[in-house]
Design a protein around this ligand. Sequence first.
Ligand code: DO4
Ligand code: MG
Length: 285
Amino acid sequence: MHICRFKQPNAEVRIGLVLDQAVVADLSAAGIESLQSLLESEDPVARLNQVSPAALPQYPLSEVQLCPPVEGQEVWAAGVTYLRSKHARMQESAFSANAYDRVYEAERPELFFKSLPEKVVPDGEPVGIRRDARWNVPEPELALVLCSRGRIVGYTIGNDMSARDIEGENLLYLPQAKIYHRSCALGPWITLGVSETTARQWTLHLAVRRAGSLVFSGQTVAAQIKRAFPELAGFLFRSQMFPRGAILLTGTGIVPPDDFTLHEGDRVEIAVSGIGRLSNPVVAV
Ligand code: DO4
Ligand code: MG
């Protein structure tokens, strides 16, 4: 079951149920006016099962604009959760190699703030590469959708855009490497009613196209994430409040070679088998 935020030209944002990845049914006609009211309910899937999509106004997805699948949620990210990411980071930075090694093994995960909700880039809109960085990469990540009680209520696709030269120069530069204009994309929608066991079987696939040609592709499976999802969510909610819920990216396991950097005009496509595809062009910011 996929739910989205969408807009028609000159209209308000609505919540939609995505049918066959082709049509969106407007849930406002069923009294569902916000993501938060749905995601905070005791059982969002049961609530949606009471709705008859045939009775709702429906629009082809190609005729609506998808909005980021967040309302008031802060976006956070976990790092160094895949062995691949630990190895890549240790190579990237002699300065910080020890820190990456330690955090992969430690009880406490690496968690960092990624984006305010209003800054999130939706499917189709440009993600940014920093003009003051030489080495810019996408990070395709499975994202947990958490309600205010810290429960995992759904999944979406995240792109944790990163400036790896800035990150590698000094760990204290991490916020500049990770948090800048257009550095976080989420979408295209939220997938509900899936267990962790099922989500861990999903494959993540990254393709980067330049002038129509494929310049990088890679894939991984969510089962490679070292930590259980409730463990990551549990640490995020320790001594912290998220009254509007939160999104938590679970880290990257697809790392392009060290001589690869994104260019303005590239297109980044991230497909997660159980969710769909998040596709964004790249602009310099
Ligand atoms: O500190 C490095 C960030 C790591 C990260 O974002 C990832 O592994 O996905
Ligand atoms: Mg990341």
